[in-house]
Design a protein around this ligand. Structure first.
Ligand code: F6P
Length: 360
């Protein structure tokens, strides 16, 4: 193993810099091997100045930093890249160019840090014969192959803190505060932060909700003299018999974006329950900031293990956390199905027994 490559794809998540640092330090300390950083996801492999040499000096001080020193891109799929041809936007497969560049750069193994989209690209590159290794990241925690992804814990803490802050103003004004949280089609952030912050209602995509149940909970609280409530709603949650709400459609090349369900819930609460309500969309604040101790630890372990996996030539595999152990599994297995909240699992059961309304 002479030279490793690393790239960070998809949306950023707190802990990406910790992975980069761990990869570089492990490669230098254990193998005396150099590391090349690819800028802006796979895009860097298509740009002449899209790569940068990384050494222990260049990763000094980045452990507590959010974002990624390499940049990220969530539209850079080399199997379906948007390019301009004759003044028109067309989709092209440029994966051969990517493969060629990896060869030209003399990269023995490419470590790809990303969520399901990026890891699926990684899997396809492996099927093409490229020496790739996956590292799972996402605040959504929706990757089946690992018990948890780094970035999730930080996002949950940010969301919990937001709920704490909303509590005082909700109580002061006798309002229902509806906090819309990220997570795409998974309700992990809303469920965990909602429980940790003491939300009264938690709505997640895995349990299509009834507005009447939300109303009942708010009324029940008012009847017992608590004239305020906190509703934590995942951006992917939707009403029973209804559909998810999008803030941006997926027309053409644009990626569809969830958003707006918080407003629907808040408007209903004001209209039907007759209680003043406000909606807060926490949005990208959940992706920013310094990673928690857990995320720094997990990202560091993932980075170190990714290098060892490269030495073992475990191409087409992904590092993962399973039962407190760092392991590796095939990308195929890791991505076989998306991870979702178990609606009959301990957390949902506990939420219900705590009197939290989970939508039905
Ligand atoms: O996958 C991470 C995530 O933050 C989702 O929770 C959210 O739906 C999406 O990315 C937002 O993407 P963008 O940064 O493109 O708006």
């Amino acid at each position: 193993m002479k030279r490793l490559g690393i790239l960070t794809g998809g949306g950023d998540a707190p802990g990406l810099n910790a992975v980069i640092r761990a990869v570089v330090k492990t490669a230098y300390n254990e193998l005396g091997c150099s590391v090349i950083g690819i800028r802006d996801g796979f895009d860097g492999l298509l740009e002449p100045d899209g790569v940068v040499e990384l050494d222990p000096d260049s990763v000094r001080g980045i452990l507590p930093r959010g974002g990624t020193i390499l940049g990220a891109a969530n539209r850079g799929n080399p199997f379906a890249r948007k390019v301009m041809r004759g003044g028109k936007e067309v989709i092209e497969d440029v994966s051969d160019q990517v493969a060629e560049r990896i060869g030209d750069l003399d990269i023995d193994a490419l470590i790809v840090v990303g969520g399901d989209g990026t890891l699926n690209i990684c899997k396809e590159l492996h099927e093409k014969g490229l020496p790739v290794i996956g590292v799972p990241k996402t605040i959504d925690n929706d990757i089946h192959g690992t018990d948890v992804t780094f970035g999730f814990d930080t996002a949950v803490n940010t969301a919990m803190e937001a709920i704490d802050r909303l509590h005082t103003t909700a109580e002061a004004h006798h309002r229902v505060m509806v906090l819309e949280l990220m997570g795409r089609n998974a309700g992990f952030i809303a469920l965990r932060a909602g429980m940790a912050g003491g939300a009264d209602v938690i709505l997640i995509p895995e349990i299509p909700f009834r507005l009447e149940s939300v109303q009942e909970k708010i009324n029940e609280r008012a009847e017992s003299g608590r004239y305020f409530s906190i509703v934590a709603v995942a951006e992917g949650a939707y009403q029973e018999g209804g559909e998810q709400v999008f803030s941006r459609s997926g027309d053409g090349m644009a990626v569809a974006r969830l958003g707006g369900i918080g407003r629907t819930v808040s408007k209903y609460v004001e209209g039907i329950c007759g209680v003043e309500s406000r909606v807060i969309v926490l949005g990208h604040l959940q992706r920013g900031g310094s990673p928690t101790a857990f995320d720094r630890w997990l990202a560091t372990c993932f980075g170190g293990e990714a290098v060892r996996l490269a030495v073992r030539k475990g191409f087409g595999r992904m590092v993962a956390l399973r039962n407190e152990e760092i392991v590796d599994i095939s990308l195929e297995e890791a991505l076989a199905k998306p991870k979702r909240v178990d609606v009959n699992g301990d957390a949902v059961m506990t939420a219900r027994s705590m009197g939290i309304c989970v939508g039905i």
